[in-house]
Write a protein that binds this ligand. Sequence first.
Ligand SMILES: C[S@@+](CC[C@H](N)C(=O)[O-])C[C@H]1O[C@@H](n2cnc3c(N)ncnc32)[C@H](O)[C@@H]1O
Length: 206
Amino acid sequence: MENDHYLKQAYKLKTEADTLNLYENWADSYERTLADHGYVTPKRCAEALSRHLTDVTAPILDIGCGTGLSGLALKNAGFSSIDGTDVSATMIDKARLHKGVYKTLQLTTLSHPFPFVKGKYAAITAMGVIADKHAPPETISQLIDKLDKDGLLVFSLNNHTLENPTYEAEIRKLKAEENACLLEAEMGPHMTGYNMTSKICVLQAL
Ligand SMILES: C[S@@+](CC[C@H](N)C(=O)[O-])C[C@H]1O[C@@H](n2cnc3c(N)ncnc32)[C@H](O)[C@@H]1O
């Protein structure tokens, strides 16, 4: 496909600087590329959250919000109180254009990724964010630490990411240490036009 260029790069990143550069350059055409490839992970994540969070006004943080496709999916599922963070200023600038989706948008850094107090959010989402040269596996435990008891963490792991066992090992560790329970882990389409799958996981903090 014509606009595959950045999408292919996303799976060949070597450093965190490569990742930042990729999204700075991709921001303008990101949504078109993802729409062309049938990116359904945000919708699946939002539906998974809906199954466990009935209060649609509960505060949600969408980390790695990018241009806002993930916030849009949450809004379309009925959620009304969504904040977003991302490490790319250019992606966040695009997210601001989706009026009425995010209450706040905040630029974060790799050294200070979660600038909010524990318990601020009823749920945290990370759609297309926890992956190689993106947010690392330990992000899963760090985000569970930021939730009060019963808080929810919804995230996707794509099929490339799942080839690396450390991501799912992080989930097993949380379960074994009784810090979280896994409410759902469902494989399904990630990008229908790109033959990719993802596992949508819902963890509940204990
Ligand atoms: C594939 S995009 C997903 C964007 C959006 N969630 C969506 O579903 O369209 C990945 C996003 O994660 C951000 N990102 C990469 N590494 C990150 C990290 N360590 N922490 C937070 N965000 C990160 C990128 O800047 C990019 O906007």
